[in-house]
Design a protein. Sequence first.
Length: 749
Amino acid sequence: MTLPVLAALLLSAVPGEARDVPVALTVSGGVSLGAYEAGYLYYTLAAQRANPGTFRTIIATGASAGSVNALLTLRASCAGTSLDPRRSLFHRVWVPMGLNQLFRTDSRSPVAAFSQQSFQEVGAMVEEELARGLPEDCDVVLGVAASRLSPRLIEAAEGRLKVPVTEEHFVVRIRGRGEGRPPLITNYVDPDSLDEQAFLPEAGDGSVPFAALLDAVIASTSFPVAFPPRPVKHCVVRTLGRAAPFCPEAAATTSLFVDGGVFDNSPLRLAATYAAGGLSRTPGRGLRWNDGPRLDASRTPPPEVAFAFLSADGAAFPDQAASESGSDRSLLPLLLRELGGFVNSARSRELFLLIQDYPETAGNLIFPRRHFPAASSPMYAFFGFFDRGFRSYDFDLGMYEARRQLERFTVPRLAADLRHRYVWPEDLPEARAAAESWAPVGCLRAIFDGAPDAEARCAGKALHNQRILAQVSLDRLWDRCRPDSRWSPPPAEFAACKGALEGAPPARVAGVTGNPDWRKQEDESEATQMTRLLAAYGYEWSDVSVPPGATEDQVLAAMRSQLAAVTDQLARAQPTFGEEVAIGAAGRMGVDYFYYVPPRTTVWLSLGRALEVGGDWAVKHLSWVRLTGAIEVMNLATSFGSSPPPVAFVPMIGLDALPASMGSPAFQPSFLLRGGYMLSPNDSFGGSPCEGQDRVTIGACSRPAVEAGAAAALVGVLRLQLMFAWYPPAFGSPGLWAILPTLGVQLGF
């Protein structure tokens, strides 16, 4: 059997003679796009159940969200999966996972915005499923990538050189023990290695408690700042000459770990290394795992192992940010682009090493790609956490893409080997009994594949949001594919862009009303573009607190409010006041970059000819006009000397206009009109006559004051203000005027 056929078998199952093709799967991190990966894997495993006997996943490696999906895949590959998508563990883990679950007001941390309690609950769900037991012929390996918060040091050159190591891999073997018995989990490491290896804590019988494995998986998902570093008990051991167990519970130490996807988002080489060193052929039984792998570099994976890489980033359309030109107009976008380039380079290192170490494996790697933009992809794939509907849609999109891969690639290439009709999982009686759960993916297939009965298959209130999200996917695809698109790679490289390049408009989904401009505007982020389209089409939000028919601005403001609550709680959790102020200011700037809304209350301190302490606060039902008040101390900056000018106090009230349309995170203008009364000690605050030269000296006489002018806050902190002051004629004194520039700081709340 040729390698291409073996590779094709990864994503299918062919009835007839049992080929039992072993599969090594790697799942990348994807943040909220973990729901897309989960849908893809669910459908693939449902197809395996519908067409048994041809392949089995023997090793799965993952980073971040991919580590969770790798574990779920191994369980389902051994034990099977429900043919009701909504009842599957994949759906139950990922679709409910939103901001409302991750952000908990009763769980504050100074180093993380979100709580990991939801992951603990997910872990309990997975443990419950595993406790039901796995078949005795289940023998699989799981590899989890994590990153140390503080590097460990490896000594070289007889101790003269110490090399810091941040990446860590925890590898376990999972063996079924039959129905009703939890599987046996053990560390899977080379027993005769001079290199250091990481072990999870072991009980007296050498087994690894599920709680220890769960700590490693949660650590792999702990994206810095979003989630706190996860303490993981473990050992780092050179096994040569040592007797097992290698990591007794009492010998384990605890270190903090963060997201493995920071540096190793694609642990492909980990899968190849363990497949090469851990598998051996048993006569009549095919490949089996050795008691311990031999991890020397000279070994190569068995040729019959099919390697696959499922990445949330794999797209069959332009899917990278705008070109470099015009992206350096301010510091923050430049820093974000540089950081993104650094992280992408670090993440791709393992793929580069795979090509170097195992060129044949890399050359035959199966790499499925997504053909339509996912709802969760904006904001570096954090956007999906805003609404359950996004994650549900992406789960269905993953199912659609898995079916597409099978239908258009795998099954046609295996036509000669088919002995029976290929069975689609949705056609089985159990799936037909769950027709409501299969209807959303059936709707997507009808829309994206241009089925003539698409309108009928997508009809009904239950599929209202599905139709809209499909329309938005089409709009966003066309936007990326148009000839003047600033997305890259060039759209001409993709077959999916053919219609857009020919000038055809985006396909219209029957039942979706509204006709917004689908093109991304010059000043729009991808998240803003998508929200605008959803609002125009009448999307019904489930997790965002907005009224029915909410406008784009209402939705974005509600999302911003959610983010502001997260950053405010993070700021309040800081141990010192200075850190609270700094984190709070950084958080407000960050949410302003998502969507700018003037703060409800602002206070400032500025200095120029006058020292001013002021503030403003919002007026109900007038979002851009607010009341303002200030106290000026006139001539304070010049009052030190041999002949100082008189100092006066000017309390003032008025109105402050902050037009949101003119504001941005970097520059927030406001326009002020206010009046008050100057109180001068020079004339006993108006209690004595003001005569002589004092009548034409500002600050020497008590009198009315009127001011008009403008202010601007730079990045919400630095305040520039320029006011024109007029002091009307009063008590025999002529009218006077002054220009009052000041510079200071402000804080918004």
